[in-house]
Design a protein around this ligand. Structure first.
Ligand SMILES: [Ca+2]
Length: 338
């Protein structure tokens, strides 16, 4: 009884956030299907009550509040690369999408048979998406590790994650854009924000505006890093818990024996939710305590997670021909709030 009173007091003064939050999380684990029959979905965007889900094959699925689901064409000036992990990847709506009908997208195409990354703006006409301006081009991307995540910072700047393109040394080369997180200020160019990354695929800002990124390690040693401009995150010199002067070690790593294959992520109620492909789960992380509190399993490989502040949404990733998924369809889910 005394413990109960103590817990209640801690709860009332907000000092028991961890256990309260776990209860909160466990009660939200029921997931509702919002869209089904997605094909290798990669990124979730939302405007009002309408979702736009990018698919790696070069389409966007629109899901309206009444549940109507339509697959829309994306007209690009180059055919998409068929390389492993390549295609239409990151996708975000511009902040003023309701007025401008513009979005940003990240895709991989081939030059002389080799994959190249490009970031563009897209103009939406209500039923299809058309390439408008090229913001970044010509980032050669090797056979794998194309990065591909796009995200808008709280102050509206576009960020992009670029993989090392299977060329590890490029991550330490400040003349290369491979193995970098880039920032773009409107009417300017992309610049290198941080470097020494292997294949980062998730970006999210916490309630204080601190940026975090997820990154695929080499066979294991997946990482969650706090991203601060100018920092070197070590790849390929260090990985996982290894340390070196002038290089940053992650706040969390899967360790040398485990693999998450982390992709998209989002903050929700001050906790970080990370999509895990190989782990076939959503990791729930307290970034201040640097702890994994819990995970949500049972939906197969997870590619992206999105929070609109009221609910969390995620997409499974069982149809892109990778791994050994336990489910065989791809779905947009909503994690029902309490
Ligand atoms: Ca690292």
């Amino acid at each position: 009884m005394r413990n109960c009173i103590l817990l209640l007091l801690l709860f009332l003064i907000g000092g028991c956030s961890k256990s309260v939050t776990i209860q909160d999380v466990e009660s939200t684990v029921f997931a509702e299907k919002i869209a089904t029959n997605l094909e290798a979905p990669w990124s979730i965007a939302k405007n009002g009550g309408t979702f736009f889900i990018s698919e790696r094959g070069g389409t966007i699925v629109k899901v309206t509040p009444d549940g109507n689901q339509v697959r829309e064409n994306v007209k690009l000036s180059k055919p998409l690369s068929n390389a492993s992990e390549a295609g239409l990847l990151g996708f975000v709506l511009k902040e003023d999408f309701s007025q401008s009908s513009e979005a940003y997208a990240y895709y991989v195409y081939d030059v002389d048979g080799s994959p190249v990354n490009r970031i563009i703006s897209l103009q939406y006409d209500g039923s299809s998406w058309n390439e408008k301006d090229i913001l970044l081009d010509g980032v050669s991307s090797g056979s794998v590790h194309h990065g591909g995540r796009l995200a808008l910072s709280p102050d509206g700047n576009l960020f992009a994650t670029i993989g090392d393109g299977a060329n590890p040394e490029a991550a330490q080369d400040l003349n290369s854009l491979n193995g970098k997180i880039l920032a773009y200020v409107e009417d300017d160019n992309f610049h290198i924000y941080t470097y020494g990354h292997r294949n980062p695929q998730g970006l999210a800002w916490d309630y204080r505006g601190v940026l975090y990124a997820s990154e695929h390690g080499q066979s294991a040693n997946d990482e969650i890093n706090i991203i601060i401009e100018g920092n070197n995150y070590g790849w390929p010199i260090i990985e996982g818990v290894e340390t070196a002067e002038g290089m940053v070690t992650p706040i969390l790593t899967s360790g040398s024996d485990d693999t998450w294959a982390p992709s998209g992520m989002a903050f929700y109620k001050k906790l970080l939710y990370v999509a895990s492909l190989r782990g076939q789960e959503i990791l729930i992380i307290d970034t201040e305590k640097r702890q994994i509190l819990n995970s949500i399993k049972g939906y197969g490989r997870i590619r992206d997670i999105y929070s609109d502040g009221d609910s969390l949404y995620f997409i499974s990733n069982n149809t892109d021909g990778r791994g050994n998924p336990s489910n065989d369809e791809d779905v947009l889910y909503r994690l029902a709030p309490n």
